[in-house]
Design a protein. Sequence first.
Length: 249
Amino acid sequence: MKQRTGWVMVLACGIGVFASGAAATQAEYAIRWDPSQGGPKTAAEALARLAPGDNDIETDLFRVRYASEVKAPTDVVGARAILRERERTSKARHELTYKLRSNSPLPSVPSFAGAQCPAGPLVGPKDETKDEIDVSFTGAADPVRAFSRSCTVQSTSAPPPIPEALQARFAACESTTTRLGLKRRGNLRVEEWRLPGGRVAIEASRTGPDTPRALKAFRREVVEPLTTGSNAIRPLSRSKTDLGSDCGA
């Protein structure tokens, strides 16, 4: 079991909370687009634009579906509960992830460590918890920031059972994802999502510290090459969760 967290804890009014001024050291910077509206048409084309000549590419394939309804076991004001099933078909691995997502820093409790994970007890060597700040470039002047805490139960034999306490109902659709990654380019990844109704979305992302320097580097090395010049993209504002949960055409 792994527990990954980059949050710094402080005491406020006698209660432990995560300070908004001491943000998580772990962030995921991302930009998404609909290739029918301009820009690279495939993940491979996008990667070739962002990292020309780099052929050290790692490929992963997934099937993904999201719960349309899920009961949050612990009420956190302002946080949205998300439940995702994902099968990594390229490596025969099944994952069940429970996530809280909020526009504000999350409190220290629940931590989702060990038996506190709503997706099931974290007992396997690949099970993990993660705190992260999602920094999305949507075309606005400033990127949109969201705070998330997730825990994931994994299995190589069958999908992990869904705890009855979650009262989960899954959307009647699923998506497939092709992920191309370049480890030597700062964990640069490009995902091509084949969404319900024949829609397609592509995302370029990179993980790193939540610092002005990392933000500036992602803007310079990923956002600007995609949003300027001929065949520029039009950034999407919707998250992957929203796109994958939408079963409409």
